[in-house]
Design a binder for this molecule. Structure first.
Ligand code: ADP
Length: 456
């Protein structure tokens, strides 16, 4: 079912329920009021008859009958019966056999003194009166409230007609109102259906910028902008990655072509194979970097985290670098020995954190003549801070913020081998750990990278 139809029907149902309850209450109260009013009139009539017949001695039954029949009032067709203390009919303004009474009812009136009841479509009132000689009479008055019932029927008809016409009007207004309110959504839907991966620049109309639909359109536009950005990143990532892979592969191809141009000595072949091996290692390194980048793009919840000691990871990293690059020198310096092991323990993934330190330390050694890196570990109440310092080529100020973008390499780094993906991997990994990666650098003097991680 369409939302518009649903809203219209819900609206109609709510209004119809409220109105029906309202009409029922009105009908019930009117009926109660009518009945009570009629009982009161019957009671008055019984009292008048008693006064005239029992108390006023001069009025005899015949005269009273004439008065009774000629009295025009709302009690149309009222029947009045008076019973003496032996329960015999002492007076009736009508033929007694058409009157509803039974001894049981008379006795009930004698005990209850006053009684209101109904019989078929008639209302009956019974009361007791005592004359001067202490004889007790029971007076019954009964009649059909024709006028009251007619009036009540009129009210009923008016309420039913009013209820149904209001429901019809509500349905009509419900549909008009729902389609009017949903019009902007239909327009938005139309605009969204035209957006594809190739026209993410298209923006939805944000109307008055204030209501809920405008907020939805604004959020949607922001999401489109983020999507566009990530599409752009993806595109440049693919083209950068292919470019980075093509360079060593093209070098390998031309080396092989040159080698095959003529017969060569075993020594020459060995030399060519060694060079091919170096290029091949470059490709493997790049592919590993790309894989790590892809891994670091995992959502934070997918990464397995455990309490890990930062100093232990740093010592392992130092050992690994010493083994792979014997020419590099890595010094680790504790600013102060932690009193509490927790100050150097973070909640993290040891393998990923090692990747960060390997990258930062390798860079520090690679971009400095001395091929050395100084590591310092400090901690405060909240964080464990690891700084990696070198006295190398430094980074131009204008490029400091860009070096964390995938494949970005600063101008002065072009003479060094590299692909520009290490720092973007580091940044993402530190982000997953809820930490920060910062850099300070002075061109020609050196750089200091700081990894700030919350300890446990
Ligand atoms: P790569 O070192 O393979 O180029 P990275 O992502 O690790 O890739 O580094 C990105 C860029 O940041 C480098 O190309 C270089 O310009 C700059 N850079 C990183 N570390 C240093 C450093 N210690 N000293 C000077 N420049 C650095």
């Amino acid at each position: 079912m369409k939302i518009g139809t649903k809203i219209a029907l819900q609206f109609t149902f709510t209004v119809a329920t409220i109105l029906t309850v309202f009409c029922l209450v009105i009908y019930y109260l009117s009926e109660n009021y009518r009945q009570q009013e009629f009982f009161n009139s019957l009671k008055d009539r019984a009292a008048t008859t008693a006064r005239l017949l029992i108390k006023e001695k001069e009025i005899d039954k015949k005269l009273l009958k004439i008065i009774d029949r000629n009295t025009l009032d709302t009690l149309y067709g009222v029947q009045v019966l008076v019973f003496n203390d032996e329960n015999l009919v002492a007076y009736s303004n009508y033929e007694a056999d058409t009157f509803y009474y039974n001894p049981e009812l008379i006795n009930r009136i004698r005990t209850e003194k006053y009684l209101e009841t109904s019989y078929k479509d008639k209302q009956v009132v019974g009361s007791i009166y005592t004359d001067d000689e202490n004889r007790s009479f029971v007076i019954l008055a009964q009649a059909t409230d024709k006028y009251g019932k007619d009036k009540l029927n009129n009210i009923k008809e008016t309420l039913i007609i009013g209820l149904f016409s209001t429901i019809i009007i509500t349905v009509l207004f419900g549909f008009i109102f729902a389609s009017h309110s949903l019009k902007p959504i239909a327009a938005m839907n139309n605009e969204i259906s035209k957006i594809t991966a190739y026209n993410l620049k298209t923006k939805l109309n944000t109307g008055n910028q204030k209501d809920e639909l405008a907020r939805l359109a604004i959020n949607f536009n922001q999401m489109l902008a983020r999507l566009e950005n990530s599409f752009e990143l993806q595109k440049s990532f693919v083209s950068n990655a292919s470019h980075e892979l093509r360079t060593p592969l093209a070098a390998i191809k031309s080396e092989i072509q040159i080698a095959l141009e003529k017969d060569r000595s075993t020594e020459e072949y060995k030399h060519i194979l060694k060079s091919l091996l170096i290029d091949n290692q470059q490709i493997i390194k790049l592919i590993n970097g790309l894989l790590q980048l892809a891994k670091s793009e995992k959502s934070d919840s997918e990464v397995l985290m455990n309490p890990v000691r930062i100093d232990a990871i740093l010592f392992e990293t130092q050992e690994e670098i010493n083994y792979s690059y014997p020419e590099y020198s890595v010094q680790i310096d504790f600013d102060a020995i932690p009193e509490d092991d927790n100050q150097v323990t973070v909640h993290g993934n040891a393998a990923l954190l090692k990747t960060v330190f390997v990258n930062l330390i390798e860079n520090a050694c690679k971009y400095s003549d001395s091929k050395s890196a100084d590591i310092r570990i400090i901690f405060n109440a909240k964080n464990c801070i690891i700084s990696i310092k070198d006295e190398g080529i430094g980074i131009p100020k204008a490029e400091l913020s860009k070096i964390f973008e995938p494949f970005y390499r600063s101008q002065n780094a072009s003479v060094f081998k590299g692909h520009g993906i290490g720092l973007s991997i580091c940044k993402r990994i530190i982000q997953i750990h809820g930490g920060r990666l910062t850099v300070k650098s002075e061109l020609g003097q050196g750089s200091t990278f700081r990894v700030i991680l919350p300890h446990i």
